[in-house]
Ligand binder design. Structure first.
Ligand code: NAD
Length: 475
C-alpha cells in the first residue's frame, strides 16, 4: 500500500510542495516518514479566502436538492473507497484498520443524514393581522474556517466539511498536518461528487499562522474548531475580534459512575474496549472511573486483567486491538502524567510503560487510589490510561463527576431507574450515557459544556450551527 502524494486543495487545484515549506508526515507505528506535506504561505491563504467568498455566493443559492446530491454522492464514493481511505488513516494516525473502516462508515452516515437535512431547513411564519406578514428564515452564515485534529483523521474533517456544505456555506478546512492524507481523501469524494471547487478547500500550514491569517479576514464568518481547550480559548479570542460565530469542540475528562447494583462483567465488557479505543485519544473517552465501594475491588481486578491482555501492535495487522499513539508527544505526556500520579501515591496495576523500540506505543494502563491533586486527575490524559477510585455515596460520586471544568461526555452504570433520571439531570456533560457507550450517531447532537466548548456537531443542530436567523416583517 502506497501513501498518497500530499497537496493543498485551493480553487480545486491540487498544489504540490513546489518551493513551499514542508511538514514530514510520519507513520506512528514505525517512526518512518510517509511523505512531505506542503505548508501554505500567505499568498495561498489569500487565494483560498477569495475563492471561499466566491464559493459562498454560488453555494448559498444552490437548491437544497443540489446540496443533498453532493453529500449523497460523496457518501457513495466514501463507501466505494472505504478500504483505501481506511488504510491511509491507519498509516498516518496509527489506529487499527477496523477502527478506520468504521470511521469511514460513520462519515458515510453523517453525509447521508446531512443530505436529508438540506431539505428540512424550515423557517416559520408568525401570526399577524391580515395584510401583514412576518417570517423567520435561516440563512447560511458565510465562509467557514474549520480546524480538525488528528485523532479522527476521517471523521473530524467529515464533520467540519459536511455541516457548512449542507447549510450552503463555503469552507476552508485546515486538518491536522500529522494526518492530512485522510482529510484530502474525504474532500476529494465531495469534489468528485460535484462540489463546486470554491466551496470546499483544504490548506495545511503552521497552525498558528493559518488560524491567525484566516480569522483576521472579514471574509470568514465562522470558526469551527476541534482540539484542546487551551488552543480553543486562544482561537475564540481571535474570532471575537471580528465577532465571528464559533463552534468549539474542546477537551474532556470523561467521568464513569459505576454503582453497586450493576453486573460488573457486563460493564467491563463495554468499558474496557471503550477506554482503549484509538489508544485513548478520544475527546469523549471514559477516563475517571468513579466506582462505588461494593463493586470496587471486583471492577478494578477485572479491568486490570483485561487491560493486561489487550493486544497492542501495528494497526494494519490482523487481531490487533490497539495501535500506537499518534505522535511522540502522547507517550511523553503519558510518562509525565502517570509518573506524577505514581509519585503522588497512586497504585499501578498494569502498564505504565512504553512498548517496543520503534513507533509511539504505550501499554494499556490501570491506576487506582490516585490523589485528587495529581495532574492526571485534572488534565485530559488523552491516552490509554484508566483512573479508578472508590466512593461511598451517590452524592460523592456526582460531586466528583462535576468537579472539573470539563463537561463533554459522562457515563453511568446503574439499574435503579430513579437514580438514572437524577444522574441525567445532575451530571454536567454535553453527552450522557446510561448503561451504554453508544453516543456518536449522525442524528444526535454532539458537543460539550463548560471548558469542553459550545455548539453542536451532528444532528439537525450541526447544520443549524452554520446558519443565522433573519426575521422579515412586511406591511
Ligand atoms: P495542540 O493542543 O497543540 O493541538 C490540538 C489540535 O489543534 C491539533 O490538531 C493542532 O493542529 C491544532 N492547533 C494547535 N494550535 C493551533 C492554532 N494556533 N491554530 C489552529 N489550530 C491549532 O496539541 P496536540 O499535541 O496535537 O494535542 C494535545 C491535546 O489536544 C490532547 O491532549 C487533547 O487534550 C487535545 N485534543 C483534543 C481533541 C478533541 O477531539 N477534542 C483532538 C486532538 C487533541
Amino acid at each position: 500500500m502506497t501513501y498518497p502524494e500530499l497537496h493543498l486543495t485551493i480553487e480545486g487545484e491540487t498544489i504540490p510542495v513546489g518551493h513551499r515549506r514542508t511538514h514530514t508526515v510520519v507513520n506512528p507505528a514505525t517512526g518512518e516518514a510517509l511523505g512531505a506535506l506542503p505548508l501554505a504561505d500567505a499568498a495561498d491563504l489569500d487565494r483560498a479566502l477569495a475563492a471561499a467568498q466566491r464559493g459562498f455566493r454560488l453555494w448559498r443559492n444552490a437548491a437544497p436538492h443540489e446540496r443533498a446530491a453532493v453529500l449523497m454522492g460523496a457518501a457513495r464514493l466514501l463507501r466505494e473507497r472505504q478500504e483505501e481511505i481506511a488504510r491511509i488513516a491507519t498509516l498516518e494516525q496509527g489506529k487499527t484498520l477496523t477502527e478506520s473502516r468504521l470511521e469511514v462508515l460513520m462519515n458515510v452516515g453523517l453525509f447521508e443524514f446531512y443530505a436529508g437535512e438540506c431539505h428540512r431547513l424550515y423557517g416559520r411564519q408568525l401570526a399577524r393581522p391580515t395584510g401583514m406578514r412576518s417570517t423567520v428564515t435561516f440563512e447560511p452564515v458565510g465562509p467557514v474556517a474549520a480546524f480538525a485534529p488528528w485523532n479522527f483523521p476521517i471523521g473530524n474533517p467529515g464533520r467540519k466539511l459536511g455541516a457548512p456544505i449542507a447549510a450552503g456555506c463555503s469552507v476552508i478546512l485546515k486538518a491536522a498536518e500529522e494526518a492530512p492524507g485522510s482529510a484530502l481523501a474525504v474532500l476529494e469524494c465531495l469534489l468528485d461528487a460535484g462540489l463546486p471547487k470554491d466551496v470546499g478547500q483544504a490548506v495545511f500550514g503552521v497552525p498558528d499562522e493559518v488560524s491567525r491569517h484566516l480569522l483576521a479576514s472579514p471574509i470568514i464568518r465562522k470558526l469551527s474548531f476541534t482540539g484542546s481547550t487551551a488552543v480553543g480559548k486562544h482561537l475564540m479570542k481571535l474570532a471575537a475580534e471580528d465577532c465571528k460565530r464559533t463552534t468549539m469542540e474542546l477537551g474532556g475528562h470523561g467521568a464513569v459512575l459505576v454503582f453497586d447494583d450493576v453486573d460488573v462483567e457486563q460493564v467491563l465488557n463495554t468499558m474496557v474496549a471503550s477506554k482503549f479505543r484509538n489508544a485513548g485519544q478520544v475527546c469523549i473517552a471514559p477516563t475517571r472511573f468513579i466506582v462505588q465501594e461494593g463493586v470496587y475491588e471486583r471492577f478494578l481486578r477485572g479491568f486490570s486483567e483485561r487491560a493486561a491482555q489487550w493486544r497492542v501492535g501495528n494497526g494494519l495487522e490482523e487481531g490487533v486491538q490497539m495501535g500506537p499513539m499518534a505522535n511522540p508527544r502522547r507517550p511523553e505526556a503519558m510518562e509525565r502524567l502517570i509518573g506524577g500520579a505514581l509519585s503522588a501515591g497512586a497504585r499501578l496495576h498494569t502498564g505504565g510503560r512504553r512498548l517496543g523500540t520503534q513507533g509511539y506505543y504505550y501499554a494499556p494502563t490501570v491506576l487506582s487510589e490516585i490523589p485528587q491533586s495529581a495532574a492526571i486527575m485534572n488534565e485530559e490524559p488523552f491516552g490509554p490510561v484508566a483512573l479508578v477510585n472508590p466512593y461511598r455515596t451517590e452524592a460523592e460520586m456526582i460531586a466528583e463527576a462535576n468537579r472539573l471544568p470539563y463537561g463533554l461526555s459522562a457515563f453511568s452504570w446503574t439499574n435503579d431507574a430513579a437514580r438514572q433520571r437524577r444522574l441525567a439531570r445532575e451530571v454536567e456533560a454535553g453527552v450522557f450515557c446510561i448503561n451504554t457507550v453508544m453516543m456518536g450517531s449522525p442524528d444526535s447532537p454532539f458537543g460539550g459544556v463548560k471548558w469542553s466548548g459550545h455548539g453542536s456537531e451532528n444532528g439537525p443542530e450541526g447544520v443549524m450551527s452554520c446558519m443565522v436567523v433573519k426575521a422579515v416583517h412586511e406591511a
